[in-house]
Write a protein that binds this ligand. Structure first.
Ligand SMILES: NC(=O)c1ccc[n+]([C@@H]2O[C@H](COP(=O)([O-])OP(=O)(O)OC[C@H]3O[C@@H](n4cnc5c(N)ncnc54)[C@H](O)[C@@H]3O)[C@@H](O)[C@H]2O)c1
Length: 310
């Protein structure tokens, strides 16, 4: 059955991949974005095929306009960076928490079938149990992590109080084509691939032994669309990663392999608000969504590099 989806943040990295997949499955798609961190070039190839609502999720009116006629909302619009949130916690709070509340309210008011909310592994923060599973007590250590925890809890509260179907997905370190490599807040994979391709030196924050569950974007797209439909999923918070652990030094080796040249490394201070180790237990997503990551780390790095150079 084809439906109408709203992808907030559909001009961004993950959002534009979700829109691609929705269109390929024949769904109608609306996008709400203010292009603050997203890029118009991300949507250029499908601009004719979507209904674009330019605007800010901090406005209930704008969210309400965007949700009109929509069956499912995939809510990704956010300021998605730990360092940005450390520099400007107030704006992160307004966009990530108030923005989410506006989208949920609009979805409730317009009787949307389901809302999928993008949360983040950063909610685990200083809870150092590994692998991370959803029963752990969250302990965010950055304003960004706090904002994502609040967003997912609002989603769960709307499920409990208003009966709105909601699912919150804790994405783990997503990477892939279209991730902005040029912002000061760039994700580490996009940044290292760009610097590696240019032959520019790479600064590693800390000693490089910190680990992440680097997750190729196609896996996150699969999970997000499963979450829109799976009967068992409503009212759930679910980890979405690969269930594997790679260090920044492993990432450097994978980038060197993909680009075919050694990286010139420099080591700097660890970033405030960053956690030392993170990888996901994805059993709950397997059980409730039927999710299985299909693109492993090395293959994802290669695909990302190839997309950047072609
Ligand atoms: N990339 C990751 O590793 C990762 C990990 C965990 C969670 N997430 C979450 O996934 C979502 C998408 O992240 P992304 O990596 O694609 O980042 P992105 O910056 O590419 O996408 C975010 C999008 O939201 C839009 N946006 C920002 N503020 C807005 C506002 N006030 N009103 C309307 N639109 C606004 C941006 O313009 C952008 O298009 C975010 O919610 C992020 O917190 C991402």
């Amino acid at each position: 059955m084809t439906e109408t989806y709203l992808v907030t943040g559909g001009g961004g990295f993950i959002g534009s991949h979700i829109v691609d997949e929705l269109l390929s499955r024949g769904h109608a798609v609306k996008v709400l974005d203010n292009f603050s961190t997203g890029r118009r070039q991300n949507i250029a190839h499908f601009a004719q095929d979507i209904d674009l609502v330019e605007g800010d999720v901090r406005s209930y009116e704008r969210a309400n306009t965007a949700v009109k006629g929509v069956d499912v909302v995939i809510h990704l619009a956010a300021l998605p960076s730990v360092p940005r949130s450390v520099q400007d916690p107030l704006t992160t709070t307004e966009v990530n928490i108030t923005g989410t509340l506006n989208v949920l309210l609009a979805a409730r008011d317009r009787e949307v079938r389901r809302v999928v909310v993008a949360s983040s592994s950063s909610v685990y923060g200083a809870n150092d149990f590994l692998p991370k599973h959803e029963e752990l007590i969250p302990h965010p250590i950055s304003p960004y992590g706090v904002s994502k925890l609040a967003a997912e809890q609002y989603a769960m509260a709307f499920n409990a109080v208003y009966g709105l179907e909601t699912v919150a997905l804790r994405y783990f370190n997503v990477f892939g084509p279209r991730q902005d490599p040029n912002s000061q807040y760039s994700g580490v994979v996009a940044l290292f691939l760009r610097l590696g391709s240019e032959g520019s030196p790479v600064t590693v924050c800390g000693d490089g032994t910190q680990t992440r569950d680097f997750t190729y974007v196609a896996n996150v797209v699969d999970a997000s669309l499963l979450a829109a439909d799976a009967l068992q999923a409503s009212g759930s918070v679910l980890n979405i990663g690969c269930g594997a652990s790679y260090s920044v030094l492993d990432l450097i080796a994978a980038v060197e392999k993909a680009t075919g040249r050694p990286l010139e490394l420099r080591f700097g201070a660890a970033r405030p608000g960053d956690v030392k180790h993170s990888f996901a237990n994805i059993d709950r997503a397997r059980a409730r969504l039927g999710y299985e990551p299909s693109v492993p780390f090395d293959a994802g790095i290669l695909r990302t590099y190839e997309a950047a150079v072609t």
